[in-house]
Write a protein that binds this ligand. Structure first.
Ligand code: NAD
Length: 370
């Protein structure tokens, strides 16, 4: 089996604690001969600043660029609140996204039946939910120029952000969404605001063309982004893959996150363009949550978002679909048996710590693998 390289960047706060649970799972998989991951570890965020005076060192950036996939924990904490702006912990993550060209952000919103009551929506609305939001990550209004605040002749100020997309940017994110839908339930809902935005008109045209010419087997519908927000809260199970731009994706994926209950449960993947020679995409996998400095070192961190992020790496970077499915199933079983870290426990329920949750998931995973 060819060696697959994983570069681990645990980061700050609870990052190293939750990454340790993934490392245990990787050691098991390698030990069983089911995978052949070579691991390397680096520093990012505040821990990198303390060691190198930068949010990520050039040596670690080079390793991230060379790896088949990067697993990222979380960065930040009060200790680094007053470091120079360019060295703030988040700068490490932004640099990784930029240099790896990670233009596609994938956020699944999965509601485990055992946790349906943790959602603010009714059980029947969210139970069994499994949708995927594909957000364009490197274009649109967050990056478009001009982006400025100018003072007008009359002394008033004027702020400008520019929503801008090119055909190429829309095509490549659309292909990611269509490819993913093919491996799921074969449906893409493309969300934009073509009724009031020219970028929405182009988005709609380009997605329609790609769908018709390249993905006739995927059912495509178009939805206005504001209606999409409403429908996500009204009946989210109507969706399979939601394809959207950077700004709307930011908002819609946070709505998707809250459908499922807790921050500690949410994985994500960010993918780049396929390499022309190998076809492999640069990729970074990370939990949606931050470094949770309030609970760091207490053993209260929920490792599920980190473990599920590794599951996404198995699926999307290494094509190990069966292993990924079994890891997801192991998480569902552990939750089904009533194990809870503090963040997902109902009042009065017993809780387990990070290590115990990780060990229980590994135990179920082993059982599923036979
Ligand atoms: P946070 O996500 O770290 O924490 C929010 C709340 O959720 C906290 O009460 C925390 O204890 C809880 N929580 C988060 N993850 C959890 C988990 N796995 N298990 C149990 N509970 C969990 O957000 P915040 O408090 O706004 O930010 C803390 C630090 O993290 C800041 O420095 C912020 O800049 C940084 N941050 C980093 C990232 C990232 O690395 N991608 C993302 C968001 C915030």
């Amino acid at each position: 089996m060819a060696k697959n390289s994983l570069f681990l960047l645990p980061g700050d706060g609870i990052g190293p604690e939750i990454m340790a649970e993934v490392e245990t799972i990787i050691a098991f998989l390698n030990g069983k001969g089911l995978t052949d991951f070579s691991l390397d570890r680096g520093l990012v965020g505040g821990s990198a600043y303390d060691a190198h005076g930068a949010a990520i060192s050039e040596a670690d950036m080079a390793k991230a660029l060379a790896a088949d996939a990067v697993l990222f924990g979380a960065v930040g904490g009060p200790k680094w609140d007053s470091v120079p702006y360019d060295c703030r912990p988040e700068a490490g993550l932004l640099r990784l996204r930029k240099d790896l060209g990670l233009f596609a952000n994938l956020r699944p919103a999965i509601c485990y039946p055992a946790l349906a009551d943790a959602s603010s929506l009714k059980r029947e609305v969210v139970e069994g939910l499994d949708i995927l939001i594909v957000r364009e990550l490197t274009g649109g209004v967050y990056f478009g120029e001009p982006k400025e605040i100018v003072t007008l002749e009359n002394g008033e100020k004027r702020a400008v952000d520019t929503q801008v997309y090119t055909t190429h940017e829309i095509e490549r994110i659309a292909r990611v969404a269509f490819d993913l839908a093919k491996a799921r339930n074969g449906r893409v809902s493309s969300a934009e605001k073509r009724n009031v935005m020219k970028s929405g008109v182009l988005w709609n045209q380009v997605v329609t063309k790609i769908g018709k010419e390249e993905y006739a087997d995927v059912k495509l519908d178009h939805i206005l982004a504001d209606n999409c927000a409403m429908q996500l809260v009204r009946w989210p199970k109507q969706f399979d893959v939601i394809l959207t731009d950077n700004l709307f994706g930011d908002v819609l994926s946070d709505i998707g996150a809250m459908l499922t209950g807790s921050l500690g449960m949410l994985p994500s993947a960010s993918l780049g363009a396929p390499d022309t020679a190998t076809g492999k995409r640069k990729a970074l996998y990370e939990p949606v949550h931050g470094s949770a400095p309030d609970i760091a070192g207490t053993g209260a961190a929920n490792p599920i978002a980190m473990i599920a992020s590794f599951g996404m790496a198995l699926r999307y970077s290494f094509g190990l679909i069966d292993l990924a499915g079994k890891l997801d199933e192991a998480i569902a079983r552990v939750l089904g048996k009533g194990l809870r870290t503090r963040d997902i426990a109902q009042k009065g329920e017993a809780t387990v710590d990070t290590r115990a949750m990780g060990a229980a998931i590994l135990g179920e995973f082993k059982a599923l693998l036979g």
